[in-house]
Design a protein around this ligand. Structure first.
Ligand code: KG4
Ligand code: ZN
Length: 351
C-alpha cells in the first residue's frame, strides 16, 4: 500500500511516498532556510507563499522518485496540526484535492506525533518494544511521552516556556551565527579546543519529580555571558557586569557549555521518566534537535547504562519531512482514522 505524505507545517515543503507504513520509497524536502535567514527566523507570510510555489513541483518529484503515477497512490496523509496556519493551509488544501480527485482516503496527522514515529521508519518489523518512552525535541516542541503503540501515546511532560530547538536558534543568534542555529552550534561545539566547562550554565530541574522542561533561564544566562549583565533596577543591587570581549575561543566554549547544559536538562528528565516508568524498555526519539551529535551520544550512554534500547530517527528523518507523516498516516488509516473534506489546519498540537 502506497501512502503519499505531505508536510507544510512550518518552513519545509515536503512530500514522500511510503510503502506499507514504513518503507520510504521517496522523500523530498525543500527547505526555505535561505528565504528566512536574513530575518533570523521564520516569517510566516513568506513561508506560506513559498509553500504555494513549491508544493506542486515537490509532489511531482516525490512521485517520480518513487516510480509511481498519481493512480498508484492508495491514500493521502497530511500534517494538519500544529503549525503556522498559512503554511498548514497549503498542504491541507493540496491533500484534500489529491485525495478527492483520486477517490482515495485522506488522513490528518499530528506533526509532533509523527516526529515520534520517525524512528520506526525503514525498520523491517514492527517494534515489539512497547510500551516505550518517547521524546520529541524540535524547534517548536520539547515533550516526553509514554508510547503504547504508533498511534497511542500519553504526554508525561513538556517545556513550560521555550522549546529546546528554539533556544538553540536564539543562542546561535546571540553568538552571531546564521539561522538555523542548531546545526551551527553542534558544529562549533565539536571544534577542537571547544571547552564545555568554560561556563557553568544552569540546568533547570523544576520540582523533584517534574518531567517538565524550562529553557528560558539558560537562554538568559547565555545572553548575559555574551553581552554582560545589565544593572538591576532595584536600589542597592549589583552594578552592571560587562562581558569580556568575544573571541573565537570564547564563542566555541560558550556554544559547547550551552550545549552541555541544554542536553543535561533533557537527559536528566529522561532518567526521571525511566525511573517512573520501569516497564518502558525502549526510547523513541525524533525532532530536529535529535540530529544533534552530542545528544545522540549522550542518549546512547544513558540507554546503555539503563539497559534500554534506543531508537533514534535517521538524521534525514529527524528534521521536518513527509515520510514520517505518510508512515504514521498509514497506521492511523489502519486504525480507521479517516478524515473527510472538512479536515482543517489547526495551529496547536493534539498531544
Ligand atoms: O523538527 P524540526 O525540523 O522543526 C520543528 O518541528 O520545529 O526542528 C527544527 C529545529 C531547529 O530549531 C534547528 O535549529 C534544530 O531543530 N536542529 C538542531 C540540529 N539540527 C536541527 N539542533 C541542534 N543540533 C542539530 N544538529
Ligand atoms: Zn517538526
Amino acid at each position: 500500500m502506497f501512502t503519499l505524505g505531505i508536510e507544510t507545517s512550518c518552513d519545509e515543503t515536503a512530500a514522500a511516498v511510503v510503502e506499507d507504513a514504513r518503507f520510504v520509497r521517496s522523500s523530498v524536502v525543500a527547505s526555505q532556510d535561505d528565504l528566512h535567514a536574513e530575518y533570523g527566523g521564520v516569517v510566516p507570510e513568506l513561508a506560506g507563499r513559498a509553500h504555494v510555489e513549491k508544493i506542486i513541483p515537490i509532489l511531482r518529484k516525490a512521485l517520480r522518485d518513487a516510480g509511481l503515477s498519481w493512480q498508484g497512490l492508495d491514500a493521502v496523509a497530511v500534517g494538519h496540526r500544529p503549525g503556522l496556519i498559512g503554511s498548514l493551509l497549503v498542504g491541507v488544501s493540496a491533500a484534500k484535492a489529491i485525495a478527492w480527485s483520486l477517490g482515495v482516503p485522506l488522513v490528518g496527522v499530528d506533526h509532533v506525533q509523527a516526529h515520534l514515529f520517525a524512528p520506526l521508519l525503514e525498520h523491517e518489523r514492527e517494534t515489539d518494544e512497547f510500551p516505550a518512552l518517547g521524546l520529541v525535541v524540535s524547534g517548536g516542541h520539547t515533550s516526553l511521552y509514554r508510547v503504547e503503540g504508533p498511534t497511542s501515546l500519553a504526554r508525561l511532560g513538556g517545556t513550560i516556556d521555550d522549546a529546546v530547538g528554539e533556544v538553540y536558534d536564539k543562542v546561535a543568534t546571540i553568538l552571531g551565527l546564521p539561522y538555523p542555529g542548531g546545526p551551527r552550534i553542534d558544529a562549533l561545539a565539536r571544534e577542537p579546543g571547544a571547552d564545555d566547562r568554560m561556563v557553568d550554565f544552569p540546568v533547570s530541574r523544576l520540582g523533584r519529580d517534574s518531567l517538565d522542561f524550562s529553557f528560558s533561564g539558560l537562554k538568559t544566562a547565555v545572553l548575559y555571558e555574551v553581552r554582560g549583565k545589565p544593572a538591576s533596577t532595584r536600589p542597592g543591587k549589583p552594578q552592571p557586569d560587562p562581558a569580556p570581549p568575544m573571541t573565537e575561543e570564547r564563542r566555541r566554549g560558550i556554544a559547547a557549555s550551552f550545549q552541555r547544559a541544554a542536553i543535561r536538562a533533557v537527559t536528566l528528565k529522561l532518567g526521571r521518566a525511566l525511573d517512573a516508568n520501569p516497564e518502558c524498555r525502549a526510547l523513541l526519539v525524533g525532532g530536529g534537535v535529535s540530529a544533534n551529535s552530542r545528544l545522540r551520544a549522550d542518549l546512547a550512554g544513558l540507554c546503555a547504562r539503563r539497559g534500554v534500547s534506543l531508537r533514534l530517527a535517521e538524521p534525514r528523518y529527524c528534521v521536518d519531512n513527509a515520510a514520517m507523516i505518510a508512515g504514521l498516516g498509514a497506521h492511523l488509516l489502519e486504525a480507521g482514522e479517516v478524515a473527510d473534506l472538512s479536515l482543517s489546519p489547526v495551529p496547536t498540537t493534539a498531544c
